[in-house]
Ligand binder design. Structure first.
Ligand SMILES: *Cc1c(COP(=O)(O)O)cnc(C)c1O
Length: 391
């Protein structure tokens, strides 16, 4: 049995970097060197300068490639560095079809930066394949997918988009931050490039900012490597080590958080003061079946709507357990206010078109006992109820 046959949780621990071949160390050594002595003037060694290759960063790149079922991984200084570098595969005159509820930073990159370099885009509701097809132009060179999307958890058919892309010789990018390769492997569904904010579930402890990209095609891998080395937004070795450390417990963390997320989603859905719950594991989610077909889990992020902004303010000021912050995918539950946080860069009108109301909250479920979270939410909702009675 080779490690390629191991199940996902075993691979997290027993992959090609389980021990350091030089010493037998069971933790990848942190190699700080920025340059490497060349023993032979005629032929240089594998490593020469650490922007181009560094053994610690390389270990993380190998591991994520293996977990995603790709051939080559790349580690960047943030999720946005991974995404922006991957966009540099495109050239002036190219056109991207992109999901309308994309991560705020990606929205900013596409609308404010790429446009200055002559790369055009069209936003579409990617759950509607007709809209996607109608957006295709003669110069369409890429499709950009994020599924489930942020913060309304819409699900896009990765296989359908990838095959549409192949028909016109375009590439498909998938931001897999929310589900990680544990629940969704876009390369196996035909996508070309998987992107991650490793800041989130992969590292999992709110203590590192990092990004990853994985490809399957060798030629695409060579092009992305050249861009990583040219642009230079590589991940530092301490941070690479933190992501490697976080990955070892990814399976237990995500399984537990997902289980709690379902319990909490069901509680919220049955509560009279909650208008709506967005979570793909709920059977009333519009793409529930697609989610079950293309992924083995729904993850640990959900969103919910209160009656109005006033109720939301009362709720946020009365909950005690989750941290109220941007970001997601950590051991502690994180409650975010998309309208003022992740999507603040989007004008209100654009936000409302995407269903991101001022009464919407996003919850990334951590490792607390879900009953404690439910008790905490119940008491905060009770305050809203009492306020409404008093007016
Ligand atoms: C956080 C996030 C990003 C950006 O990653 P950074 O590490 O913050 O640069 C991209 N996509 C998604 C879905 C995210 O949640």
């Amino acid at each position: 049995m080779s490690s390629a046959d191991y199940s996902f949780e075993t691979k997290l621990l027993h992959n090609q970097h389980k021990v350091d071949p030089a010493t037998g160390a069971v933790s990848v050594p942190i190699q700080h060197a920025s340059t490497f002595h060349q023993f032979d003037i005629e032929s240089f060694g594998k490593y020469d300068y650490a922007r181009s290759a560094n053994p610690t960063r390389e270990a993380l790149e190998d591991v994520i490639a293996e977990l995603e079922g790709g051939t080559r991984g790349f580690a960047f200084s943030s999720g946005m560095a991974a995404i922006s570098t991957a966009f540099l595969l495109l050239s002036a005159g190219d056109h991207i079809v992109i999901t309308e509820d994309v991560y705020g930073g990606t929205f900013r990159m596409v609308t404010q930066v790429l446009t200055r370099f002559g790369i055009e885009h069209t936003f579409v509701d990617m759950t509607d394949l007709t809209q996607v097809k109608n957006a295709v132009k003669p110069n369409t060179k890429a499709f950009y997918v994020e599924t489930p999307s942020n913060p309304t958890l819409k699900v896009t058919d990765i296989e359908a988009i990838s095959s549409l892309a192949k028909e016109i010789n375009a590439i498909t990018y998938v931001d897999n931050t929310f589900l990680t390769p544990q629940y969704q492997r876009p390369l196996e569904l035909g996508a070309d490039i998987v992107l991650h904010s490793a800041t989130k579930f992969l590292s999992g402890h709110s203590d590192v900012v990092a990004g990853l990209a994985v490809v399957k095609d060798e030629e695409l891998g060579n092009r992305l490597y050249s861009l990583q080395n040219s642009f230079g937004a590589v991940l530092g070795v301490q941070d690479a080590w933190l992501v490697l450390r976080g990955l070892k417990t990814l399976h237990v963390r995500l399984e537990q958080s997902q289980k709690s997320a379902l319990t909490i989603a069901e509680f919220l859905e049955s509560h009279p003061l909650i208008e709506k719950v967005y979570y793909p594991a709920l059977t009333n989610h519009p793409q529930h079946e697609l989610q079950q077909k293309q992924a083995s889990g729904a993850g640990a992020v959900l969103s919910f709507e209160l009656s109005d902004e006033e109720a939301l303010r009362t709720f946020v000021s009365n909950v005690k357990i989750p941290v109220f912050a941007v970001s997601l995918g950590a051991v502690e539950s994180i409650l975010s206010y998309p309208a003022k946080m992740s999507h603040a860069a989007m004008p209100q009108e654009e936000r409302e078109k995407r269903g991101i109301k001022n009464s919407l909250l996003r919850l990334s479920v951590g490792l607390e006992n879900p009953e404690d979270l439910i008790k905490d939410f119940s008491q905060a909702l009770q305050v809203i109820y009492e306020k409404q009675l008093n007016v």
